[in-house]
Design a binder for this molecule. Structure first.
Ligand SMILES: Cc1ncc(COP(=O)(O)O)c(C=O)c1O
Length: 391
């Protein structure tokens, strides 16, 4: 078949620019260079032992067939119980569906909310796949500039100014990627009220939920009870490769979401769902909390160290494992700086091009998904590089 057969939709979707950088980093490593990886949005911890053991047991017990589309009932209950224990939030298990990662949940959420040609508001900067998920359902992504003044969160005022008669939904994330900032209770309440008032949908992606380094963050299930909430076992629970997430839908929406799950995915991975049951044991929770503490220590080291070097990191990056830096005091082309940091300093970071349309050339994302010793090494190398160029 000729590539001319490819749809405009599939051609419009951009690969991650960081992939080219990653390929180059691997090439340098194969030549014997030591590279500090700060470009990767994946925890550097393997899946916790109790979860791996539960996965092995699931296979040994023969849990390898299909499951109900909405997920293992016991896992839906365990998640409901988790919301109650951890956030005093009442979320009925019937509203929870188990999905193939947050990615699967986002596709279902947009398939439910955005008809072809309708607009979906997305904060800019934001998670790059979101605009592609919107394109996939033939809706139109609308980037809304968010800045340090709102801690990079979409507020009701910003959303309202961007809404028009074609707007179908808003999709926000807290803690956010690439900025690590959190939506406040007022932000979520404001968006929920706007959604009700204008009759549009609200999707809140809480995939970094659990990875926060201050007070407990505002929860969408509490402050935006009509929103679709997307979550995942990938980040806090350290199960990226198992491909497991969940979504909370408003009361009355389960049947439609379930119908989409059945048709698109049949069900999320069966052994992964059995393994995830072990995430809610005290043993596993203690491991996740100690990892969260490690991320907090890394953030507490890296944030002042980068600021000291001239990277402007405004706002309060109090969650996830990212710092999003304005590099305009150091250069006028962040992609070039990223390339030079890799080639000359042996440090891989992600340029703003992957995350935003407004000022990509001014930004770099640093992921602290590598240990403290390596982070210290990275800071030293960046400092030497900047000094060598007279900056
Ligand atoms: C903001 C955000 N949402 C969703 C995803 C998808 O995650 P997964 O499908 O592994 O749950 C990611 C992955 O990095 C992300 O950063």
């Amino acid at each position: 078949m000729s590539p001319t057969l490819l749809t405009a939709r599939s051609r419009r979707i951009q690969p991650f620019h960081v992939m080219a950088l990653l390929a180059r980093a691997r090439e340098l490593e194969s030549q014997g260079r030591d590279i500090v990886h700060m470009e990767i949005g994946e925890p550097d911890f393997a899946t916790a032992e109790p979860v791996r053991a539960a996965g092995q047991k699931a296979l040994a017990d023969g849990h390898t067939g299909y499951l109900p589309a909405a997920g293992l009932p016991a896992l839906r209950e365990a998640i409901s119980d988790y919301y109650a224990r951890r956030y005093s939030a009442d979320v009925a298990p019937q509203r929870i569906l188990i999905t193939p990662g947050a990615s699967g949940a986002l596709v279902i959420a947009l398939a439910m909310l955005a008809d072809p040609g309708r607009h979906v508001l997305l904060p800019d900067p934001g998670y790059p796949c979101n605009r592609n998920f919107v394109e996939l359902v033939d809706a139109i992504p609308q980037a809304v500039r968010v800045g340090a003044d709102t801690d990079y969160q979409l507020t009701a005022a910003l959303a309202e100014a961007a809404c028009d008669e074609r707007t179908a939904a808003m999709l926000v994330g807290s803690p956010g990627n690439p900025t690590g900032t959190l939506a406040s209770a007022a932000d979520l309440q404001g968006l929920a009220a706007l959604a009700d008032q204008r009759g549009i949908g609200l999707i809140v992606d809480e995939i970094y939920h659990g990875l926060h380094y201050g007070d407990d963050p505002a929860q969408a299930v509490v402050h935006a009870p009509n929103a679709i909430v997307v979550n995942s076992f990938s980040k806090y629970f350290g199960m990226t490769g198992w491909r497991l997430g969940w979504m909370v839908v408003p009361a009355g929406w389960t049947e439609v979401a379930e119908k989409l799950m059945q048709n698109l995915f049949i069900n999320a991975s069966t052994p992964a769902q059995y393994a995830a049951m072990a995430c809610f044991t005290p043993e596993a929770e203690a491991i996740f909390e100690s990892r969260r503490e490690a991320f907090r220590e890394r953030r507490d080291f890296l944030l002042p160290a980068l600021r000291e070097l001239g990277f402007h990191i405004p706002g309060n990056p109090a969650g996830a494992f990212y710092l999003y830096a304005d590099v305009s005091a150091l250069c006028d082309d962040s992609e070039d700086l990223g390339r030079r940091l890799l080639e000359e300093a042996g440090v891989a970071v992600t340029p703003g091009l992957d995350f935003e349309r407004t000022a990509p050339e001014r930004h770099l994302r640093f992921a602290y998904t590598t240990d403290q010793t390596r982070l210290a090494e990275a800071v030293e190398r960046i400092e030497q590089y900047l000094r060598s160029t007279g900056r």
